[in-house]
Design a protein around this ligand. Sequence first.
Ligand SMILES: [Mn+2]
Length: 249
Amino acid sequence: MTRPPIIGVTTSITTRAAASRPERAYLNSAYILAVQKAGGVPLLLPPQLDDAALGALLARLDGVVLTGGGDVDPARFGEPAHPTVSEVSPARDALEVALVEVALDRDLPLLAICRGLQVLNVALGGSLFQDVATEPGTQVAHSQRAPRSLPTHGVKIDSGSRLAGVLGADTLGVNSLHHQAIKALGRGLRPVAVAEDGIIEGAEVEDQRRFVLGVQWHPEELVADSEPARRLFRALVDASARRSTGALG
Ligand SMILES: [Mn+2]
């Protein structure tokens, strides 16, 4: 009897609480539905968790999804904040950086989406373009105005990468809703997907035995119409299930 793997899914937190708008943790439903549809059990991990609570939950996790959201604090990579940087949460940054460390330490499969890819990179010592539109400056609209589930730009995927194998494709149309992107690459990461303008749209760990990869787009919004998007979540859940049953080689 196998049990479905438990996938920790990080959440956002409001950064401008007021008396009329109390602080809350929140997450787009698309992440929860995509993990469930792939056969995983999503377990939400909000930034409000303290070390003891997080530690107790981590012991039960079989895999991790780092989700999208506000900007990573540029202080994390030693830069002053660009004027457009917004929705910074030091608590969320700290929880997600800790999750990356735990995932690498315990060999937990990890899928990093949008901000998640940026967190993965910064946790490994990398840096970010803080405002992709002006720094480095690009003609590709990485903050699309089209509906979230509509692909608007192309990416080219390194055909020898784990990501290409998982997606079953080496070119892909993707949606794009990101303010930041990878600048200097973190230790042990390999860029494996790139947009027409050279912006890094995917990265994975060099150690191919590990399932640790990230995409700059939002596959959770694409699963209804895109087999590559479904394959990404299924691959995470399958890797997590193998680990939970001790079958991972
Ligand atoms: Mn993009």
